[in-house]
Structures are given as structure tokens and as C-alpha cells.
Design a protein around this ligand. Structure first.
Ligand SMILES: C[S@@+](CC[C@H](N)C(=O)[O-])C[C@H]1O[C@@H](n2cnc3c(N)ncnc32)[C@H](O)[C@@H]1O
Length: 298
């Protein structure tokens, strides 16, 4: 159940920690990154967010010896409002290590894994209402097809959505996996992998949350402050890549006279993503799909 932190040293090196700086770990999880940030801080302070109470509990124990931190149970989309409660308007660096902690995936009751037969839940914040079961059992054919296609990049989205509707009520992860097995019988990877990814993204509204959070992160960064983002699938990576590009490159309409001294909001620190080393992937197979991008506020 232990979470092994991905790109630990690389992410912290790119954050460029100042001993007296204020830092945000937006995805506390098992606190691997937070722990290393705190080791590097002296008079500085860390605000760490997680929307999952299991993560808050595990991380609070791990970081108990540090006084210069505040652990916040909240969605990182609310970063600005949460920091305002502590009168913080600007920070020196922000880390987002997206996705899930291993203890969430491995917790049999949470329904994130297609390898375990349990309830269709998939909520990262268990105080939220919408579950995977609500989606699978209530969404219309078009809506189910759309989320499977857009969030799972599943080419058999329509067939799987139609089969789900035929077999309703879908009462367990196993019933959903059986449907995926039937439709994706000749798939090389797991037949339900893409469908589970799509449902998790929809349950937790991950795409909208990421887009909004990136804007807020840019607003609260001090000039010279860095934003480090680790993603685990191409949809998330595309959002980060475009956000950095849109804010690092000033696009002028053709034929417009070139105006000097317009400074973009961001500059790239990494032009290409950083990947885990082969050694890291051998030691932690869950790091395999990770990509890290870094930008700095001008
Ligand atoms: C990959 S883990 C982070 C692991 C952490 N960096 C470490 O070193 O252990 C991602 C964590 O982010 C949390 N999370 C994901 N989306 C979130 C959101 N929108 N708001 C707050 N926490 C979120 C998850 O609950 C999970 O615990």
C-alpha cells in the first residue's frame, strides 16, 4: 500500500527551493515530495493539499516532526481561496504530481482498480457525491460514449456504452470488466484499462480541475517562481504542454508590427518532458508513464 514517489529528486531539483521560500505541494499523497521540500527549507513554509482523507492521514504522520507546514484537505482547484485563509497571496514554487497514490489504487474498497471486484466508486474525495456507479448506471448512451472516447481514448466507446446500457444495473467493477472483456476480447493490454481511466477522470472532474488549477497556480506564483507538473497520461500532459506554450509564447497576428518589450508570463525550463530513468522504472513500474514539465514565471 506504500506509495513510491515518482521523479522525487528531479522534481525537487527543478523547484529550485530557497531556504526561506513558500512552497505548495498540491498533491501531497504519501508525502515523498513534501518531505524532501521540508528537508530543504529553513525559515520557509510548505502548504500541502490533498483531497483524499486517507492521504492526509498517512502524510500527517510522516511529516509530524515538521512545524513549518500546513496540511490542507481540499481540492487544489481551490488553492487561491485556501491560501487566502492564511493570508498568502504569492508563493515561490508549486508542484503538481497528478493522478493517484498507490494506497488509493490498492485499497480494495475504492474501486479504482480493474483487478479487484468491488463497488464502482472511484471518488478521490469521499465527501463528494458522484460515483462511477452513478455514471455507469445513469448516463445516456451519447454521454457515456463521449466520456469513454474523450477521457479514455477508447476506440470501442460506443459498443461498450451500448453493452453497459443493455446489462444495467452494473453492480460491481467485475460486471464492468466482463463487458469490456467481451467487447475488447482481442486487446493486448487490459480490456478495461481505458474505461476505468475515463470513469475516474469523470468522477473527479480531473480535466476541468487541472485547467483551472494551472491558471490559479500561475496567478499566485512570484516572478522567478517555478511550476513543476508530473502527469501520467497523454490527456493531462497535453493540457500542461499547451498551457505552458500559451503563456510562454506571444502570438501576434500576421502583418502586425512587432511590438518590443512584451514579456510572456512564463518561460520554459524544460522544452521537452523529463522522463523517469530506466532504473526508476525497473524499481517502480508505476513510474513508467510519468512525464514532468517545468516552467518559470517571468
Ligand atoms: C501521485 S499522488 C502524489 C504523491 C506524492 N507526490 C508523494 O510523493 O507521495 C497524487 C495525489 O494527489 C491527490 N489529488 C489528485 N487530484 C487532486 C486534486 N484535484 N486536489 C487535491 N488532491 C488531489 C490524490 O488524492 C493523490 O493522493
Amino acid at each position: 500500500m506504500k506509495h513510491v514517489t515518482v521523479l522525487l529528486n528531479e522534481a525537487i531539483a527543478y523547484l529550485n527551493i530557497k531556504k526561506d521560500g513558500i512552497y505548495i505541494d498540491a498533491t501531497l499523497g504519501g508525502a515523498g515530495h513534501s518531505n524532501l521540500i521540508l528537508k530543504k527549507l529553513e525559515s520557509g513554509f510548505l502548504y500541502a493539499f490533498d483531497q483524499d482523507l486517507a492521504a492526509i492521514k498517512i502524510a500527517s504522520e510522516k511529516l509530524s516532526k515538521y512545524q513549518n507546514k500546513k496540511i490542507i484537505h481540499a481540492n487544489f482547484i481551490n488553492i487561491t481561496q485556501e491560501l487566502e485563509k492564511f493570508n498568502i497571496k504569492e508563493v515561490d514554487g508549486i508542484l503538481l504530481d497528478l493522478g493517484m497514490s498507490s494506497f488509493q489504487i490498492d485499497d480494495k474498497k475504492r474501486g479504482f482498480s480493474y483487478l479487484v471486484d468491488t463497488n464502482l466508486d472511484m471518488r478521490m474525495n469521499q465527501n463528494n457525491n458522484l460515483t462511477a456507479s452513478d455514471i455507469v448506471n445513469n448516463y445516456k448512451l451519447d454521454d457515456l460514449t463521449k466520456i469513454f472516447y474523450e477521457y479514455g481514448e477508447e476506440k470501442n466507446s460506443y459498443k461498450i456504452a451500448r453493452e453497459i446500457i443493455k446489462k444495467r444495473p452494473i453492480l460491481s467493477t467485475k460486471m464492468l470488466v466482463d463487458i469490456c472483456d467481451k467487447i475488447n476480447y482481442n486487446r493486448k493490454g487490459h480490456s478495461a484499462k481505458k474505461i476505468f481511466q475515463a470513469l475516474r477522470i469523470e468522477v473527479n472532474d480531473e480535466i476541468n480541475v487541472l485547467k483551472e488549477a494551472l491558471k490559479k497556480a500561475l496567478d499566485i506564483l512570484k516572478p522567478g517562481g517555478r511550476i513543476v507538473v508530473i502527469t501520467f497520461h497523454s490527456l493531462e500532459d497535453k493540457i500542461v504542454k499547451h498551457f505552458f506554450k500559451d503563456n510562454a509564447i506571444i502570438k501576434m497576428p500576421k502583418n502586425m508590427p512587432i511590438i518590443k518589450n512584451i514579456i510572456p508570463k512564463l518561460k520554459f525550463i524544460t522544452k521537452k518532458p523529463i522522463y523517469p530513468t530506466e532504473e526508476e522504472i525497473i524499481n517502480n513500474s508505476r513510474s513508467k508513464s510519468a512525464k514532468m514539465r517545468v516552467a518559470q514565471k517571468n
